[in-house]
Design a protein around this ligand. Structure first.
Ligand code: B12
Ligand code: SF4
Length: 458
């Protein structure tokens, strides 16, 4: 039995990150003796050609909302070829009936055990769901080799340079990889899948995390790691073990992570810095306490300011993301967010348009206001203003405020001409050092932007 797992590419969203969900499923299937491949459109694979060459019995396609049109197009093609077509991931999990119009089987929730059951039981139709894996250490590590580590090791950096994530220069000219050390989050922000998802927070043990880091270093030459966890700092005893080992063993890996302002204090900031952390990313979302409360964030504006201050004092770079177009947001709230950015000066910041993803509380509250038929391509948080459904601002006004907020960037990033020069020098040097990867990536971007895709009605 041969299984092909497919990672569809989405126009307009840059995803220079390994498809870890498929990596986990591939690792689990292979551990259970199944022949598996990952076909990755993002890394430049031609899906049709690869499928014709590999001739899988089953395809499994992952999807988030913004890429689902392409995922459905691929599913339709696979079904036409007579291959059993399974879909999974955050969007099909939230909209299984919609996905069933294109796939034979839809997996709701985690995919490792569900996919193995489908293969073993020869399930050919319907919705499949399995209980969450309680002890995630039972799952094998993601299948790094099948995830095209070589492409992603550099795609990260290109993304960082091209899109100006200055803070990510931690990985400058280094081979980098993404690691997930936990699943779930203790909070329930209304715009996030965790607002309704009943999955508990589960952690890989410190030993398992260290094993993965060491293996990435020795087997794949990885020098920089992006920890993709929703909140790496939640479990302090585990964090201490990981940091102590990284420091004592002189692993010499630079890393960055996501965190919530609840969990950072001076001691933690110093400890992670010593262990190689160079950047912490916070979902700050707003400078207005009223909006933080509406969004179900349990942080305060003051707590967020303090978290940024503490990180900067410890010598860590700060990446902060903000959301505009929130329910009931007024001009005054937006001004508070702009003021927050100027005051706290995070080294990197992103502004997103609040998007009601299916499977979230926000979707339940506002989906009826979204014009039908729904354009899923617009569900990408930052690249489209098509999906706002609940803000008192009109589209034009929201667009203007978005641009205005994004334009604070130069004032934050480029405080003097030296920082501008350093940044561009860094980018040029990278291209000179990696001409082949750079050429490959540029070709991929060109192909993706001019390649015509068949429209797909949903
Ligand atoms: C880490 C992360 C990222 C990382 C990396 C994502 C990646 N690898 O592609 C980064 C920072 C790059 C990122 C970027 C974005 N992200 Co993000 N991200 C996450 C986060 C925090 C964790 C995802 C994760 O790795 N989970 C762990 C893995 C193991 O779980 P999983 O992906 O769900 O996969 C399991 C199941 O879904 C299932 N499954 C998945 N695929 C398949 C396929 C088959 C065949 C089967 C059977 C099962 C199956 O099995 C998997 C293993 O158990 C989630 C939040 C969350 N609560 O889930 C948001 C989340 C997935 N991101 C989201 C969004 C919107 C984005 C962006 C569009 C934001 C933006 N504007 O740029 C981009 C898109 C990037 C892209 N890939 O195209 C949304 C998606 C909402 C939606 N319905 O589409 C989420 C849910 C956050 C939210 N708002 O609630 N993200
Ligand atoms: S803290 Fe982040 S991951 Fe957790 S619920 Fe809120 S947005 Fe989601």
């Amino acid at each position: 039995m041969k299984i092909a797992l497919i990672n569809p590419s989405a126009k307009r969203v840059n995803a220079g990150v390994e498809p870890l969900s498929l990596g986990y499923i591939a690792g689990y299937l292979e551990q259970n003796g199944i022949d598996v491949r990952i076909i990755d459109q993002v890394a430049g694979d031609d899906i049709n050609r690869q499928i014709n060459a590999y001739k899988p019995d089953i395809v499994g396609i992952t999807s988030m909302a913004h890429m689902v049109i392409e995922a459905y197009r691929i599913a339709d093609i696979c079904r036409r070829k007579g291959i059993l077509t399974v879909m999974g991931g955050v969007h099909p999990s939230a909209m299984p009936q919609e996905a069933l119009e294109h796939a034979d089987v839809v997996v709701v929730g985690e995919g490792e055990k569900a996919m193995l059951d489908i293969v073993k039981n020869r399930t050919t139709s319907g919705i499949v769901s399995r209980p969450y894996t309680e002890n995630i250490d039972e799952l094998p590590m993601p299948h790094w080799r099948l995830m095209k580590q070589d492409f992603y090791a550099h795609a990260h950096q290109l993304k960082q340079h091209i899109f100006g994530s200055l803070g990510h220069k931690v990985a400058f000219s280094m081979r980098s990889a993404s690691v997930l050390t936990s699943r779930g989050c203790p909070f329930r922000c209304i715009f996030c899948l965790n607002s309704l998802r009943q999955s508990p927070v589960r952690f890989h043990s410190a030993e398992r995390v260290l094993d993965e880091v060491r293996r990435l270093k020795t087997d794949y030459g990885i020098e920089a790691i992006v920890f993709l966890d929703e909140n790496l700092l939640v479990n302090k005893p585990r964090l201490e073990k990981i940091c102590r080992a990284m420091t004592d063993e002189k692993l010499n890996i630079l890393w960055c992570c996501g965190a919530s302002a609840h969990f950072i204090d001076r001691r933690t900031a110093t400890m992670i810095k010593e262990a190689g952390c160079r950047l912490v990313a916070f979902g700050i979302e707003s400078g207005s306490q009223r909006i933080l409360d509406v969004l179900g964030k349990t942080t305060t504006v003051e707590q967020n300011k303090e978290a940024i201050r503490v990180c900067k004092e410890a010598g860590l770079l700060v990446h902060a993301s903000f959301m505009l177009g929130n329910p009931g947001e007024t001009l005054e709230d937006v001004r508070l967010t702009q003021k927050f950015i100027l005051e706290t000066q995070p080294e990197v910041f992103y502004v997103n348009i609040t998007t009601p993803y299916p499977g979230t509380k926000l979707w339940e509250l506002y989906n009826e206001k979204i014009p039908r038929p729904i354009n899923w391509r617009g569900f990408n948080s930052s690249k489209s203003l098509d999906v706002y459904a609940y803000t008192p601002f009109g589209k034009a006004e929201l667009g203007k405020l978005f641009i205005e907020t994004v334009l604070i960037r130069p004032a934050v990033y480029y405080k003097d001409w030296r920082s501008v020069l350093r940044y561009f020098k860094g980018g040029v040097r990278w291209f000179l050092w990696h001409p082949f990867t750079a050429a490959k990536f540029i070709l991929y971007v060109i192909r993706r932007n001019i390649g015509k895709k068949q429209p797909c009605k949903t």
